[in-house]
Design a protein around this ligand. Structure first.
Ligand code: UGA
Length: 441
C-alpha cells in the first residue's frame, strides 16, 4: 500500500473514529499528516500510541506512523491549520433534539480556518454533514477570513465501518469527491492515487446526499429483512434462507440482510433521522424512512416478547448476556440495542450475568455492578452458568467457537435467544437447547 513519500502536509481536524483512521490511512499512502483535536486528552493518548477507542489493527498502524514520523498528532489546532494546505474536517455531527445534525463543531472549524488563511487551503468535509454543509463552510470562511489565501471547499464522504475501519479506508469500494474547481479535483485525485478503486466526481450537494442516502439505504435493507423475519416467524419459514436467495440476485446484493435485534451505533440511527429531517425541511416526503426507523425501534420489544413468552416471569430469573457493543469488532455502545434490553430486564427484576470481549467497561458506567442484580463476568461460560436463559446480543466471532455442550451442562434451563442468528439452530437443538432465533422456524 505505501507509496513513495510526498512533501505536502495534510491536516486532519478531529481524531475520532473517522479522523484518526483517515489520518493513518493517508500516512499509509505515503503522505505527511498532522492530526489535531480540541480534546487535549485524546491527542495525548494518540501521541502515546494508544487509540482512544478500540478498532482492530489501528494501534499497530498508529505506532508505525508515529515511529516513522509520517503522522504527527498535535494539540494546537491553530498550528495544524497553519501547517497544512489540505485540511480534512472530521469533527462530530451529533444529533439535536429535533433530529437535525448539529453542525456547530464544523462551523467552529470553519471559523478557525478563516483566522488562519495564510495561503491556499483546500477544506475537505469528511464529517457527515447535511446537504449544503460544504457551501456553508465556504460561506463562513469567506465571511470571517483574516488572511488573503485562496480557498477551495470539497466533500469527500467516508464510508468506513467500525470494526473494519482500517481495511475500509485502505481498500474502499469507491471514493466520492464533491468538487467545485479543477484545482481541488487535482489535489484530491493525487492524494488518493495510491488507492485502486473507482473515483466518482460530483458537485458538493450530490456528494453530501450520497453519504446520507447510503446510510439510509443500508438501514432500509435491515428493517426490510426484519419485517420479513416477522412474517417468517408467523409462518414457520426461515428468513436466513430468504435473505440468501434475495442476495443472490445481483440487483439486491447479499449485504445487510441479517435479521436480528436491529441496527445501532453512532451512524445509521443518527444519519437516518438527520436524512428524514433534511427531507422534511426540503418539503420532500420521506415517510418511507419513518417506517424504517419504526421497525428498528420495535425490534427490542419483539425480542423481549420471546423471552417473556417462554419464561413467563423474569423476577429473580438469572439471564446470561453475550455481547453488548452495537456490532462486533468495536467497544462502541452508542445506540446499541443491548442498552435498552438490559434496562428492561432490570426493570423486570432479572439477575444479569454479562459478558462482552470489549465493551463491558463502557456499559458498566451506565449500569454499575450490583450484587444479586447485575454482574460483569470474564467469559461467556461464566455468563451462562446457572442461567435460566442465554441472550446473544452481538455476534462476536468468538461466540461461534464456544463449547455449547459445556454451556448447556452449566445452565439451569438450556434456553438460547439468538438475537443475531449466529448459531445453527439444528445443532443447538441436537445439544438439547431450546433455541429461538430471529425469523427462523
Ligand atoms: C455504518 C455504514 O455501514 C458505513 O458505511 C458508514 O461509513 C458508517 O456507518 C458511518 O456513517 O460512519 P457502522 O456504523 O460502523 O457503519 O456499522 P454497520 O456495519 O453499518 O452496522 C450498523 C448496525 O446495523 C449494527 O448494529 C449491526 O449489527 C446492524 N446490522 C448490520 C444488522 O442488524 N443487520 C445487517 O445485515 C447489517
Amino acid at each position: 500500500m505505501v507509496s513513495e513519500e510526498h512533501n505536502d502536509t495534510i491536516g486532519v481536524i478531529g481524531l475520532g473514529h473517522v479522523g484518526l483512521t483517515t489520518a493513518l490511512g493517508l500516512a499509509e499512502m505515503g503522505w505527511s499528516v498532522v492530526g489535531t483535536d480540541s480534546d487535549a486528552e485524546k491527542v495525548a493518548l494518540v501521541q502515546k500510541g494508544s487509540p482512544p477507542f478500540y478498532e482492530p489493527d489501528l494501534e499497530q498502524l498508529l505506532r508505525k506512523h508515529l515511529g516513522n514520523g509520517r503522522f504527527k498528532p498535535i494539540p494546537d489546532v491553530e498550528q495544524a491549520l497553519e501547517q497544512a494546505s489540505t485540511l480534512f474536517v472530521c469533527v462530530g455531527t451529533p444529533q439535536k433534539s429535533n433530529g437535525d445534525a448539529d453542525v456547530t463543531a464544523i462551523e467552529g472549524v470553519a471559523q478557525a480556518i478563516a483566522r488562519h488563511l495564510n495561503g491556499y487551503k483546500l477544506v475537505v468535509e469528511k464529517s457527515t454533514g447535511p446537504v449544503m454543509t460544504a457551501h456553508w463552510i465556504r460561506r463562513t470562511i469567506e465571511r470571517y477570513r483574516n488572511g488573503d489565501g485562496e480557498l477551495d471547499v470539497a466533500c469527500n464522504p467516508e464510508f468506513l465501518r467500525q470494526g473494519t475501519a482500517v481495511h475500509d479506508v485502505l481498500y474502499p469500494e469507491r471514493v466520492v469527491f464533491g468538487l467545485e474547481t479543477e484545482r481541488a479535483r487535482d489535489i484530491l485525485t493525487r492524494l488518493y492515487a495510491p488507492l485502486n478503486c473507482p473515483i466518482m466526481l460530483t458537485d458538493l450537494n450530490t456528494a453530501e446526499i450520497i453519504k446520507h442516502a447510503a446510510n439510509a439505504f443500508l438501514s432500509t435493507k435491515i428493517s426490510f429483512i426484519n419485517m420479513v423475519a416477522d412474517l417468517c416467524e408467523a409462518t414457520n419459514a426461515d428468513v436466513t434462507q430468504v435473505a440468501q436467495a434475495l442476495g443472490l440476485d445481483q440487483r439486491i446484493g447479499p449485504g445487510f440482510l441479517n435479521a436480528g435485534i436491529g441496527f445501532g451505533g453512532y451512524c445509521l440511527p443518527k444519519d437516518l433521522r438527520a436524512f428524514m429531517r433534511i427531507g422534511e425541511v426540503s418539503g420532500v416526503d420521506f415517510s418511507l424512512l419513518r417506517e424504517v426507523e419504526r421497525i428498528n425501534l420495535s425490534r427490542v420489544e419483539h425480542f423481549l416478547g420471546k423471552l417473556l413468552e417462554n419464561l413467563w416471569v423474569l423476577q429473580k430469573k438469572t439471564l446470561g448476556i453475550l455481547g453488548l457493543s452495537f456490532k462486533p469488532g468495536t467497544d462502541d455502545i452508542r445506540e446499541a440495542p443491548s442498552l435498552e434490553i438490559i434496562g428492561r430486564l432490570l426493570q423486570e427484576g432479572a439477575v444479569l450475568q454479562i459478558y462482552d470481549p470489549q465493551a463491558m467497561s463502557e456499559v458498566q458506567r451506565i449500569y454499575p455492578s450490583e450484587a444479586g442484580r447485575i454482574s460483569y463476568v470474564s467469559s461467556a461460560y461464566e455468563a451462562a452458568r446457572g442461567a435460566d436463559a442465554l441472550l446473544l446480543l452481538t455476534e462476536w466471532p468468538e461466540f461461534k467457537d464456544l463449547d455449547m455442550a459445556e454451556i448447556r451442562r452449566t445452565m439451569r434451563l438450556p434456553m438460547l435467544l439468538d438475537g443475531r442468528n449466529l448459531f445453527d439452530p439444528s445443532e443447538l437443538r441436537r445439544l438439547g437447547f431450546t433455541y429461538y432465533g430471529m425469523g427462523r422456524p
